[in-house]
Design a protein around this ligand. Structure first.
Ligand SMILES: C[S@@+](CC[C@H](N)C(=O)[O-])C[C@H]1O[C@@H](n2cnc3c(N)ncnc32)[C@H](O)[C@@H]1O
Length: 957
């Protein structure tokens, strides 16, 4: 109360100028005072204030009403009063110096209650905030003293304040102390405070403002940036003033703190952003530093108000503009450039297509006429350059996305559960038996290929059906193409239907089968035939005990009289037979071990084709013939040779007779009927027992020369013509098959089989028209007995790659114990099939040769050789003919085997696996000796019909 009384003028001033909301006249009512500190500026002036302001004793501030300027600024001039206040210890909460009170020029203002404006017109009144450009920031917060204390700074003396500035009105203080201190504080640091306000987001400030009580229209803040109003600086503002006004401003400004004066003209001071705030620029995940000098000024934000105003005008202008636009030419669209010919468009094809190619590639390119330049530009499919040509030459693997692999949908009928096996497993005695065989860990072959060959068709390993590996290949993995089983393993190890490429299907009439669900190249390995490797004895046991009720047997002759039982094995067992097969089953030696696999045939296999191969089995008996349902045009009708070729079984009588005389071991063929199958197995065992180490070639060579009919009905082999390779004996490391021991002894004419490969064992006994050659001898014969000739064959791979389940073939013929010997020219023929390792050297009788000769020329040759027994006797030498063909060309070479070779023939070294080199320079005499005085059988063989056949023993009942 005292304070108020002590400073009546101040109170009056307050009430007059700023319209403090003093509602109580009671000076003790501090609450009302204090409330005023935090309250928003009043718009009315209380009568008490007015009364206070009317106090005559106190120095009165002069107030000038400037109609041209919206604000009324009152500046206290009395420093003395201030001093007095300081001396009296009164505190001024708002500042020390001048107090500027702004009052909005409200029309409702009770100007009558205050002094006449005229009286104060001597003092200039300026809107400092406006002049400084800070009025755009609107009103300040007035949240009590704390805010005021913190932010307010008073400036002394006459600071023009724009009364229209609501922030300025905020600065009006009417504290209790103010009544004692006749000073009115003005927040001269308005601008400063505004800078501080930047701490809070602008939007927040705006929203805060809008959320509070709506301010009068004239107090509403207008953001310069938003409104788009042009910002004026102090100079422009001053230019609007009159002379007196300018003077006053200059006077007032000179009293501003120096730091403020320095800033007064800056945009920063006015918080005017001429450029948009750019935080960071990121491009492709990287920070990009923007060069401010290059930065284009931001487009002015759309002016809301102006927008509204302009909208109508725009609408009016619109039709006119549209007219203009329609008349103006449309901007040209950039034409897109298209490549017309693909990736290599515009590039010239190499003139010399051989340029840059290796010699091998050149060679290959020359062999592909399609790739040779024709001279005409190919517009349809221009030849890709550089790498493209190379790709065309070398070929490359690629996989099409989906339609190449076309597996069957789920829900297919599945065969009864069976145990699968991906690797062969020796069972029982088979392992020890295998170890004793000469082919155990057979590393006999070694290729001598040159890089240009790439272990192709001429690779020795390939010919011998040995897979190349690091131990036997001259080239290495990179260049070698003879690694089918390794390729298969690499292809399938990751699994997946495409890589496996096959699946079991249910056929309509042949039980289950296997089909491809992807494409295969010609001769490409498809899958391995795996199972348990068992001995013949074990096979028979299983047949009798385990499989006695089975419908099908999955048994296949394998190697060294062993059998693969795929009852537990791979799905290759489901592959059916066809008379026009698209696959072959071939046995290879891989890392010294025999392995059987299904390969594509000579043509590629398409997705969805059923995979088949020729079982090539002999039913042994007509009653065992199984009907073939392969449906191919050239179907033989049965699962085996044509019925007419099937020799009817011999009557029991004859068999007995035969057994009384010199009988041979029996062999069996594949049989369909269970009983027959058992019989076959038994026979097989007997046969194998007898022929395992040393075949009874003597028996094999024996035949009844009289039994011409029999000879004629000798079952024709179903093996394709042997296509050999050009190879000299000296270059090939040959192994000689079991020798013709009997021939060496000179007891019979017969068949000698010499094998080059360890795995191939071919023993053929063929005699047909040998009778012609031995007629003279026969006439002198004192005693003739019937004998039998047996052909026993376990062949590894035929010329056509047809391999199948074992066995031998029983054949009954007669043999003669000759009293006199007939000298016959002996011929040995070596056949080297191109796809088969089984280099078969067959020594056969002349008659056999003649019978088996497939061409008239051959027959004539044989006839010549046999028609002159005398001359043959003179020479008395066995001849060795090596013949073979590759790439459609056939060549043959005659030679005389060496003594060693003949001995090999005698002792049957081939069977024991000892490699024997057949030398061309053979001793005639020794050869003659080897041929034996009584030998009348010429050495012949190797023709397709003479090739032994492998027979299937497993079949459905
Ligand atoms: C090794 S199994 C083949 C898989 C057999 N289809 C299965 O379902 O298990 C051989 C048997 O299949 C049948 N088979 C295979 N090929 C045949 C064909 N072309 N015609 C008739 N039957 C055939 C015969 O019953 C034969 O004994």
């Amino acid at each position: 109360m005292a304070a108020i009384e002590a400073a009546p003028t101040m109170a009056e001033l307050d009430s007059l100028l700023c319209g403090s909301s003093f509602t109580s006249n009671d000076p003790t009512d501090m609450s009302s005072n204090s409330a005023s500190l935090s309250s928003t500026p009043p718009t009315t002036v209380s009568p008490d204030s007015m009364s206070l302001a009317s106090e005559p004793d106190l120095p009165k501030p002069e107030i000038v009403a400037a109609s041209s300027i919206e604000a009324v600024i009152t500046v206290t001039e009395t420093h003395e009063t201030e001093l007095e206040q300081r001396e009296s210890g009164q505190q001024t909460p708002v500042g020390d110096d001048a107090i500027v009170v702004a009052e909005p020029p409200l029309p409702t203002e009770p100007s009558s209650a205050s002094r006449p404006r005229r009286a104060r017109s001597s003092l200039p009144v300026y809107n400092l905030a406006k002049l400084m450009g800070t009025d755009i920031h609107g009103r300040r917060r007035s949240k009590g003293d704390a805010v005021l204390d913190k932010r307010r700074r008073t400036i002394s003396d006459r600071t023009p304040v724009d009364p229209s500035d609501p922030s300025a009105s905020e600065t009006i203080d009417a504290p209790a102390g103010a009544s004692q201190t006749p000073r009115v504080g003005v927040d001269a640091s308005e601008a400063k405070r505004s800078v501080a306000l930047l701490n809070s987001p602008r939007s927040a400030r705006i929203s805060k403002k809008s959320s509070s009580s709506p301010a009068p229209a004239h107090l509403t803040r207008r953001a310069t940036r938003l409104s788009g109003a042009s910002t004026e600086n102090l100079a422009t503002k001053l230019s609007t003033l009159g002379k007196r006004g300018k003077k006053a401003v200059g006077k007032g400004l000179s009293r501003l703190p120096r730091e403020l004066l320095r800033l007064k003209d800056t945009n920063e001071f006015a918080h005017i952003d001429t450029r948009p705030v750019r935080y960071t620029v990121w491009s492709n995940g990287k920070y990009v530093e923007v060069d401010p000098s290059k930065e284009t000024p931001a487009p002015e934000p759309p002016r809301k108000k102006a927008k509204v105003d302009e909208k109508a005008a725009k609408d009016e202008k619109k039709p006119a503009e549209e007219k203009q636009e329609s008349s103006a030419p449309a901007p040209k669209k950039r034409a897109k450039k298209w490549l017309e010919k693909g990736l290599y468009a515009g590039q010239e094809a190499p003139i010399d297509i051989f340029k840059g190619l290796t010699s091998q590639e050149k060679k290959k390119l020359a062999s592909i006429p399609e790739l040779m330049p024709s001279g005409k530009p190919n517009h349809t499919l221009p030849q890709p350059m550089y790498n493209g040509l190379r790709i065309l030459i070398n070929g490359r693997d690629f996989k099409l996305p989906f339609d190449v692999c076309n597996p069957l949908p789920p829900g297919q009928p599945k065969p009864a559960a069976y145990r699968t096996m991906t690797k062969n497993r020796f069972v029982g005695d088979a392992a020890s038996y295998w170890k004793k065989t000469p082919h155990f860990e057979d590393f006999a072959s070694r290729c001598v290929c040159q890089p240009a060959d790439g272990c192709g068709e001429d690779c020795q390993n390939r010919i011998m059906l040995y897979e190349c590996d690091d131990s036997n290949c001259n080239l290495g993995k990179g260049l070698c193409q003879n690694r089918a089983f390794q390729d298969l393993q690499e292809r399938t190890k990751k699994g997946g239907r495409y890589r496996v490429g096959v699946e079991v299907v249910k056929t309509g009439d042949r039980g289950y089968g296997v089909r491809s669900n992807r494409c295969f190249e010609a001769n490409q390995i498809i899958m391995e035939y795996t199972g348990e490797i068992i001995t013949v004895a074990e096979c028979e046991r299983r047949m009798n005990e385990v499989y006695k009720d089975n419908e099908c047997y999955y048994l296949m002759s394998f190697d060294q009289n062993m059998i693969i039982d795929a009852t537990t094995g791979s799905i290759a067992r489901f592959v059916n037979h066809s008379c026009s097969p698209n696959c072959r089953m071939i046995k290879w030696i891989v890392s010294g071990q025999p392995r059987m696999a299904l390969f594509a045939g000579d043509r590629p296999i398409m997705t969805g084709e059923e995979l088949t191969y020729d079982y090539n089995f002999d039913p042994f008996s007509a009653k065992n013939v199984q009907k073939c349902l392969c449906g191919s045009p050239n179907c033989r009708g049965v699962l085996g040779p044509k019925p007419k070729e099937v020799k009817p079984p011999k009557p029991a009588k004859e068999e007995k007779k035969s057994s009384k005389t010199k009988t041979t071991s029996k062999t069996s063929t594949k049989v369909s009927a269970k009983g027959s199958a058992k019989a076959s197995i038994k026979t097989l065992i007997k046969t194998s027992a007898k022929t395992s180490a040393k075949r009874k070639l003597k028996d094999a060579f024996e035949f009844d020369g009289d039994d011409e009919e029999d000879a004629k009905t000798v079952k024709k082999r179903k093996i394709k013509a042997a296509t050999g390779i050009k190879r000299t004996l000296s270059s090939a490391s040959l192994k000689v098959a079991k020798g013709a021991k009997g021939a060496a002894k000179g007891t019979t004419k017969g068949v000698t089989t010499i094998k080059r490969s360890v795995a191939s064992i071919s023993v053929a006994a063929k005699k047909k028209k040998a009778v012609l050659a031995s007629k003279a001898a026969k006439a002198k014969a004192t005693k003739t007995t019937k004998t039998t000739t047996t052909t026993t064959t376990v062949r590894r791979a035929t010329t056509a790659g047809v391999t199948k389940k074992i066995l031998g073939k029983k054949k009954t013929t007669t043999t003669t114990t000759a009293a006199t010997t007939t000298k016959t020219k002996t011929k040995t023929k070596i056949v080297i099939p191109s796809r088969s390792p089984s280099l078969t050297i067959v020594a056969a009788g002349v008659a056999s040769a003649s019978a088996s000769a497939s061409t008239p020329a051959q027959k004539k040759k044989i006839a010549n050789s046999t028609s002159t027994p005398a001359s043959s006797a003179k020479k008395d030498l066995p001849k060795l003919t090596i013949s073979g063909s590759a790439s459609g060309k056939t060549s043959s070479r005659k030679c005389t085997p060496s003594r060693k070779a003949i001995e090999s023939l005698e002792s049957g070294l081939l069977l024991t696996g000892s490699p024997v080199s057949v030398s061309v320079s053979a001793s005639a005499k020794s050869a003659a000796g080897a041929a034996g005085a009584g030998t009348k059988g010429g050495v012949e063989g190797g023709t397709p019909k003479m090739m032994p056949k492998i027979k299937l023993i497993s079949a459905a009942k």
